[in-house]
Design a protein around this ligand. Sequence first.
Ligand SMILES: [Zn+2]
Length: 491
Amino acid sequence: MKRQTLYISTSIPYVNATPHLGFAQELVIADAMARHYRCRGFDVRFQTGSDENSLKNVRAAQDAGMPVPDWVASHAEQFRSLKGTLDLSFDDFIRTSSERRHAVGVETLWQRCMASGDLYRRYYRGLYCVGCEQFYEPGELVDGTCPEHLAPLETVEEENWFFRLSRYAGPLRNLVETDVLHVHPAKRKREVLDFIDQGLHDFSVSRSRERAHGWGIPVPGDPAQVLYVWFDALGNYVSALGYGSDDDSLFSRYWTRAARRIHVIGKGVVRFHAVYWPAMLLSARAPLPTGIRIHDYLTVDGIKIAKSEGNAIGPDDAVARHGTDAVRYYLLRHVRTTEDGDFSYARLAEAYRTELADGLGNLLSRTLGLIQPGMELPGRVRDPELSELASRLPRDIEDAVERFQLHQGLRAIWRLVDAANAFVSRRAPWKLAREGDEVGLQEVLDDLLTVLESLARELAVFLPATARRMQDVTRGARLGERPVCVLFPKD
Ligand SMILES: [Zn+2]
């Protein structure tokens, strides 16, 4: 039987600043999901990249006194290198300003929307936020400023290309309402339906080459205009798969024929992904995403992450303190996936000490420390509570991923960790060893070793390096070796 294919992406960040923990959260969420579906037998394509054709990047490069291409290349590299920092398993990283496949993909998208009669020129005057790269209606402003940045907007007046979004209100509403396009969680789905119900306005999909400082992909057939950054950026989801190119085998395998196409995004870009992008695909007569999974924002010490606040912690800093898996653990467990969450170094240190080192690490080292070569360890869990928790763990995790509540997956794992530690205290294997109760000791250790094997299997999705080490040493213990392993050293 052919394996089902699944496509999953993160949004692509602007590279006008260095990566911060908020985007790291999105990456590790998507990574855990990609790993989960791979473990469950799907043929997965996990994709990320960098959004480079934006005015923000031009301004940041100008401020730095660097040519724009060099500037974006060096910043894109910082994002790409998160693969190592955060132990990510993405298959592809697309750069939107320098890669031919991207230009081919979005040009194709443009031409197909044009062929559907959905692109037209119009004179326009509106209020624009460069931070968001979007126009706002006067009614959306907060005290006359951008609702996202609380910064003043620029009045922009020019003739642009527009996309006939208004035409797709009915079909879009129906697709979202029936979950054919599954916007999750439900509060975001309601937001999208409300937005559609307020009436969809056609939106600008180009800007003058002049206003773009010559940076960006020229509009096919109209080189005085460049593609609007969102039309361009959203196209990355298919351009990376070779959409519009001579070889579209990846597009066919991971998009057209995929069982599921999932975008993981933050709550700030919902309307682009749940309204504009599906409308563009409807117009281009290409399949739509099947799922949009939306996480909320991360604050640091209770304050929204912003360069101006000086609290934009880099993933590298956090990883340097306690290691990759501790950071993944914190972001995946201590931030509820669909709610705002907070990061602090104090709570990272606390989680590291109590849950990782004293909880999981201690369970492993205590168990290994008592195993002797030649013991009978058939691989069975006799204790009813441990057996019940271990056997339902795969289901609990399946459920957590499907409901996009990844923190509940780690909670379920830690229920088993805690129960196993309580079991150790209750059964006191060191006492059994002292008293010469060989059979009792072997049974307790076999229970624990088998539980550790289950934990390692399920942790592979969340904490891959930790899981690999656990798999190595538990395998060694079964083979009669006496492995020593400190998963989370304390200083
Ligand atoms: Zn803004």
